[in-house]
Unconditional design. Structure first.
Length: 183
């Protein structure tokens, strides 16, 4: 019994000091599961097995900065393909899973996937291969629950190289899908 009272007092002190600390900032409330139920913060009792909830407050500026950071990361990470292939490698699938999480968590955003190729092959062949690469990424995102109407694809073929050099390293960098967010 004494242990419960001490634990309750510690929780109340923590909650009171937390409220005092964040009271002076502009806030945005975000629900988070697993925490202290509001009635517990007011001295009430939370019964075992009941869902617990905490209200975390962050400034609007922090929320916007975090979103910009996530968007920048989303767009900066390409996926890469083997020569003359449109099959997704395991590392590409892992990258697309992260992109899928972002898109599902931010339903106002859509994505344009650009399929790219190295300079080898004809222009017509590379445009078709670039489209197969973009379509492979789209199909994978759709299996993750991203609606198809939020995913557009385009093939750039060999027209937008990441590296204009004419060597195996440049060719490997050019065999990729790029990602651009839009609303």
């Amino acid at each position: 019994m004494r242990k419960k009272i001490v634990t309750g007092l510690i929780i109340m002190a923590f909650v009171c000091s937390s409220l005092l600390l964040v009271a002076s900032c502009a806030k945005k409330k975000v629900g988070v599961s697993e925490g202290v139920h509001p009635t517990a913060a007011e001295g009430g009792v939370v019964k075992e097995g009941q869902p617990k909830e905490v209200v975390v407050e962050i400034s609007e500026k922090q929320a916007n900065a975090r979103l910009v950071e996530q968007m920048t990361l989303f767009e900066s990470e390409c996926i890469y393909f083997d020569f003359d292939k449109s099959i997704l490698k395991p590392e590409a699938q892992a990258n697309l899973k992260q992109k899928g999480l972002f898109l599902r968590g931010n339903p106002t955003f859509s994505v344009l996937i650009g399929g790219n190729c190295d300079e080898r092959g004809t222009s017509e062949y590379n445009l078709a291969l670039g489209q197969r690469r973009a379509d492979a990424a789209k199909k994978f995102l759709m299996t993750l629950g991203v609606p198809g109407d939020r995913i557009r694809t385009i093939s750039y073929g060999e027209e937008k190289p990441a590296d204009p050099a004419h060597n195996p390293v440049a060719w490997a960098l050019n065999r990729r899908d790029t990602f651009s967010l839009f609303q």
